[in-house]
Design a protein around this ligand. Sequence first.
Ligand code: GUN
Ligand code: ZN
Length: 456
Amino acid sequence: MTTPGRPDTHVSRVYRGTFVHSTPDKALQVLEDALLGVGSNGKIAFIGTGPELNKLSQTFGFKQYEITHLGPHEFFMPGLVDTHIHASQYSFAGTALDLPLLEWLNTYTFPVESHFKDLEFARRVYTRVVRRTLRNGTTTACYFATIHTDASLLLGQIANDFGQRALVGKVCMDRNNAVKHYKETYQESKEETSRFIGELLQKKYPLVKPVVTPRFALSCSGALMGQLGEIAKNNNLHIQSHISETIEEVNCVKGLFPESESYTEVYHKHNLLTDKTVMAHGCHLSDEELVLFRETGASLSHCPNSNISICSGILDVRKVLNHKVKLGLGTDVAGGYSASMLDAVRRTLDTSKVLSIQNPDYHTLTFEEVFRLATLGGSQALSMDDQTGNFEVGKDFDALRVNVSVPGGPIDLFQTDGPKILLEKFLNLGDDRNIVEVYVAGKKVVPFTEPTDLAE
Ligand code: GUN
Ligand code: ZN
């Protein structure tokens, strides 16, 4: 028999302490002495306050001794959302940052990606990138793999095994590639994309889904882009690509698609701009192009480390937000050298400050706004904000338990700072040592508990 008024879902865990998150109206909301219950379905069952304890424990049927209490320097925040990362480039992260984009692709990137034909190599790299990103608090990742279908499926399996929420893209590219063994024909790209989508969906992984992935307009014929637009539409899938990262790239796109008004038009004409599309970079988009993003519901992934590291450009995030275009943050490994979303937060702030140095009237992003971009903003950019991004009843519990004062950690505290200051210290100075637990859909995924064959 159920108690009248008691919800059907059993509450399996209850936490008491500080929670910080964002809402569409408030970049930072601090909930002190909060009580949060997680259902056995992994969703947030309730959020209340300490004084409501008796009422909540009666309604949801938990005992007070079952509550987990957070320490004085601890808080929960929503999991970080990496809206753009090349899992296949992780092996050379932190190196090879001395060439501009198009040369960088031909010299470093395509030769490395061609090795993912070898499934053992793929397993090694993909296991490590999933582990590294999870440990650094990335609860949702939007991955580029390579052109190889089986290795891309393996990435999906590894993300599922470790419990990370992920979109996984088998890369499509049928032209303009200087590396002989790393290219597909139109027919191969179309057939292998369909096989990839079919096989990945068939696995019925609860948190891992395929994303249609034309590499960018320079790597894809118009025919292939059109076909991929069709496939995405017929299967109601996400789409990801790159846009307007460098001036040289923009000029090449103009040369290849002279009939289009702009780079954004090229994708729009091929039905690749939808409300489930995320485009990386966008440093050199015009106001008219941003309007097209707004109208189609497509989003941008801001990848500041990459934009600076390979000297691509500077995205004016404030302008994008003023245009009401959805925007999340991305690491863009390995154009960006760090796989940590905390780095993406810092580089986003730095980049905004560079714009402020150039123009003293510039409205610099605040750390609270960037915190929102890294969490709720990312989930909106991936059209997943109905499931994740903040602590709302009914959403999945994707969360980081942060201890700002962990022994041997990178942060020294001197006074009794409030939660807002603790969050700011963590965002600017913290690292994976401060992320003591990571939850995805209510399941604790860090510290790792996986079988030893995945542990290395
Ligand atoms: N444009 C097309 N491919 C890539 C890539 O792998 N990395 C980056 N940063 N830009 C791209
Ligand atoms: Zn990229």
